[in-house]
Design a protein around this ligand. Structure first.
Ligand code: IFM
Length: 721
């Protein structure tokens, strides 16, 4: 299934629908709001990297001017779904081509009837180009007026980020708007041109900050009127002269069909590399493709200075900030299907090393400590205080920016994964190795010698399970740091052999003395971990002494256990927000036998808040359940993740796509049900375990430049092409 459809309009679901009908091209995304507007809509177009200062959240993606703005006036009455009568409605997002189409048959309050068809796409073939077609089929004779605008009066939920610079009409009739972010000073230019049926009159309305082209048409019953609005867009992040660049992209446009053909071709190339087909389960088939689509439209193809926010570019949630969600949840899709995108995202981490070093230094450590929430510069932008979820008038302290140190090892892990999958030695030598070494340096510097335990560890941290803060020796944090330290040592040894000059340079620049390296070795060897004889790992010191909890006792519920217990209260129980020990065992799969995973799976699964905890949890839980052979249970977790946005299971999809969950859905299908296992030496195997009702699963992945297409069958067979 390729088409996401909506066959009736329900205003109570408008924010959710705006999110899932988002279109984009890796440069920008536009939420699925209506061209003509609707009361209380959350109109937004976000462009990668266009951040501006904001109170509390430090910085946020600035909602850019509205390029969709189009009013249709039908014999004197403005078309709006808030007035008149909707006689027919449907909206389709074609995931195969990235084209969104809405068709409405509408009767005005005065009884005029017309069918309006709006089609839009953000060109993947030319990321500086946006296209919108408006087709009107009147069922009356009279007059139709179109007001096509560039609306600079946008805000971020009330906060204004833009200062108008200029607007006007160029010699070729194109209309432009120039504006600049108030604090970060990023200039943006939009240039619009209309192509289509000849109007009786076309007038330029020079409305301040909303330059508009007004066209008047003679309406004849049954005769369509078609107008194509093309918009070129560029910012000062791209060029010294955004207006010129935006105009340039517009000037080469000839007609709609040509741009649409280019769009289809560009998308066909993308799907060729990453499509997944599930036969026997239409919902899952659509959901996995939707998840991939959402990540592809947020994937920077030509920019190494941006990361993908936790809500992609599809909503105001998390303000465009990026988390470990990228490296651990989204990146595998890119690493194994579009490695050049993965490299861009890792380049962002390389380019933000100075900020990561500064963060470590400011806290009294060495090496690179990446920001828990990262935006344009890589500086820490986690808000310190946010409104408490019990009482919005109170503030709650957010500790992740201070305590979630595992982010550095997560980044290093992703670097190694990319390198192993691609064999991209040149990039690794140039950039990747430095990340692994400097994060290892941080891991060693942050490690404390715990004399009473006779081991090194990390006190006062937060692991993936954020229901518990200020914990000591979180197993995930400790063992990923141990992995990072060893990866650092191996990296240096590899560099000595394959790029001795680079090894020497890094040794000197990062001060990698023999004593320091010896210390890394010692810290790694003597890393604290509480592991019982049967392989059960204690999530952190004292976890097993906390009050046990039977989550079934709290059912049915509509709140997270965090909300039920309260921030302080949750620290006293063994209820966890998302897989933590299991996450560790998933990432370091090679280090654990099935029986070691089983014992942890049995312990932690019933204590995890799968329904209302983190949306990051279910796909990982699904993968581990598959590995344990619990396919029915795996499916339950998988489908919960698959529905996160499509069915708005958490009630917050209006804030934007759950990007980590989307990446996790792909991983759950490929690594879980598909059973793909890639070993550190680059060899791989597949052991499919399909849900009962799946007749076939086909996925593709690329390793060392070779694409493999794997078809899995219910009897566990896999055929590789
Ligand atoms: O990074 C996650 C975190 O693990 C759980 N809370 C939401 C964050 C952003 O998705």
């Amino acid at each position: 299934m390729w088409i996401l459809s909506e066959t009736s309009f329900d205003p109570t679901k408008q924010h959710h629908k705006e999110t899932i009908f988002t279109i984009g091209n890796g440069y920008l995304s536009t939420r699925g709001t209506f061209e003509e507007g609707y009361p209380n809509d959350r109109r937004a177009t976000f462009i990668h990297g266009v951040f501006d200062d904001a109170p509390v959240v430090v910085t946020e993606l600035a909602n850019t001017p509205d390029w969709l703005a189009t009013q249709v006036v039908i014999d004197g009455e403005k078309f709006s779904l808030a007035t008149g009568t909707i006689l027919a409605y449907r909206r389709d997002l074609d995931l195969q081509t990235g084209v969104l189409r809405r068709e409405v048959r509408w009767q005005s309050p005065n009884g005029r009837v017309a069918t309006l068809i709006f089609t839009r796409f953000a060109s993947l073939a030319d990321e500086h180009l946006l296209a919108l077609r408006c087709e009107i089929i009147p069922e009356f004779d009279g007059q139709i007026e179109l007001r096509s605008a560039l609306n600079g009066q946008t805000d971020n939920e009330g906060l204004l980020h833009w200062r108008h610079i200029a607007q006007g009409q160029l010699a070729d009739g194109a209309v432009f708007l120039r504006t600049r972010t108030r604090k970060s000073g990023i200039e943006l230019a939009l240039v619009m041109r209309l192509v289509g049926d000849a109007a009786l009159t076309t007038t330029f309305w020079d409305v301040e900050n909303v330059p508009t082209l007004r066209q008047v048409y003679q309406a004849r019953s049954g005769t369509p009127i078609v107008v194509n609005k093309f918009v070129g867009v560029a910012t000062s992040r791209d060029t010294g002269n955004p207006l010129e660049l935006a105009h340039h992209h517009l000037q080469r446009v000839t007609d709609w069909d040509q741009e649409l053909t280019a769009q289809r071709r560009a998308w066909a190339c993308e799907w060729e590399r990453c499509n997944v087909v599930i036969e026997g389960d239409e919902e899952a088939d659509l959901a996995v493709r939707f998840s991939i689509f959402q990540l592809l439209i947020a994937a920077p193809r030509h920019d190494q200075r941006v990361n993908i926010g936790a809500k992609t570019l599809s909503g105001f949630g998390y303000r465009g900030h990026a988390f470990w969600d990228t490296e651990i949840f989204m990146l595998p899709l890119f690493i194994y299907t579009m490695p050049e995108v993965a490299r861009n995202l890792l380049d962002y981490r390389y380019l933000t090393l100075p900020a990561a070093r500064a963060k470590a230094r400011a806290a009294g450590y060495e090496g690179a400590w990446y920001a828990w929430e990262s935006a344009d510069t890589g500086e820490e932008v986690t808000p310190t205080w946010v409104p408490d979820f019990h009482d919005k008038k109170k503030l709650a302290r957010v500790w992740t920016g201070d305590l979630a140190i595992h982010i550095s090892s997560d980044v290093a892990y992703a670097v190694q994964q990319y390198w192993q999958a691609t064999g991209d030695d040149a990039w690794y030598i140039e950039r990747g190795a430095e990340i692994v070494l400097d994060t290892a340096k941080f891991c060693a510097s942050r490690a404390e010698w715990l004399a009473d335990r006779g081991c090194y560890g990390y006190t006062d941290v937060i692991g993936p399970d954020e229901y518990h803060d200020h914990v000591n020796n979180n197993a995930y944090t400790n063992l990923l740091a141990q992995w990072n330290l060893r990866a650092g040592l191996e990296t240096l040894a590899w560099l000595e052999q394959h790029a001795p000059q680079k090894a020497a340079e890094l040794r000197q620049r990062l001060d990698l003395t023999a004593e320091r390296l010896q210390h890394w070795q010692t810290v790694a060897e003597k890393m604290c971990v509480n592991i019982a004889a049967n392989g059960l790992i204690e999530q952190f010191d004292g976890f097993f002494k906390l009050k046990d909890v039977n989550l079934a006792d709290y059912e049915p519920r509509t709140k997270s256990m965090h909300e039920i217990f309260g921030i302080e209260g949750a620290n006293e129980y063994q209820a966890i927000k998302q897989p933590d020990v299991l996450m560790l065992q998933f990432l370091l799969r090679e280090h654990y036998s099935d029986s070691q995973i089983r014992v942890n799976y049995d312990y932690y699964t019933p204590r995890t808040d799968h329904t209302y905890g983190s949306s990051l949890g279910p796909p990982i839980q699904a993968i581990v359940a598959c590995q344990m052979g619990d396919v029915d249970e795996a499916y339950e977790h998988f489908i919960r993740a698959a529905r996160a946005d499509l069915r708005d299971v958490r009630g917050n999809a209006g804030d934007g796509i759950h990007a980590a969950s989307a990446g996790g859905v792909w991983q759950a299908v490929v690594f879980g049900f598909g059973g793909l296992r890639i070993h550190p030496d680059g060899t791989w195997e597949v052991h499919p375990r399909l849900p009962k009702h799946w007749q076939q699963l086909t996925f593709r992945f690329t390793l060392r430049g070779v694409m493999h297409i794997v078809t899995c069958y219910p009897d566990g067979r896999a055929i590789v092409a």
